[in-house]
Every structure is written in C-alpha cells, then in structure tokens.
Design a protein. Structure first.
Length: 68
C-alpha cells in the first residue's frame, strides 16, 4: 500500500488496474481506495484494542474532496 502526498491533482488523475489503497504522508490514517472501475473512496484506517486495521468509509470522490 503506497504512501503518497495526496493532492487534488494526484487524486483526480488516479487510475488503477486492481483495487489499490493510497495512504497520505501528512494525515495519519487517511486513505484513498481506487477500484478498476474508477470509484475513489476516502477512508480512515485505525486500530482498536490491538486488533487488525479497521476501515471507516468517509465518502466518495469527487462528492467529497480532499479539503473536506
């Protein structure tokens, strides 16, 4: 899972051949999932009580932009 600086320009130009998650280098836990069909979903990833990562979906791009 790549760590990148998520910017509006980067997010708008993303395309994926397989489902890929991109994690922001500045905002801990912020992730963007991109599917082969072009769906881009914002998520917050966290751990609770030593369990594996939990994914909280925040919204889809472009309805919810990076600034939101």
């Amino acid at each position: 899972m790549p760590r990148v600086k998520l910017t509006d320009r980067f997010v708008a130009g993303l395309k994926a051949s397989v489902r890929t998650s991109y994690f922001d280098t500045k905002a801990a836990g912020l992730a963007l999932r991109v599917t082969p069909k072009g769906v881009k979903t914002w998520a917050f990833v966290y751990r609770l009580g030593g369990r594996g990562p939990q994914w909280l979906t925040l919204g889809t791009y472009p309805a919810m932009g990076l600034a939101d």
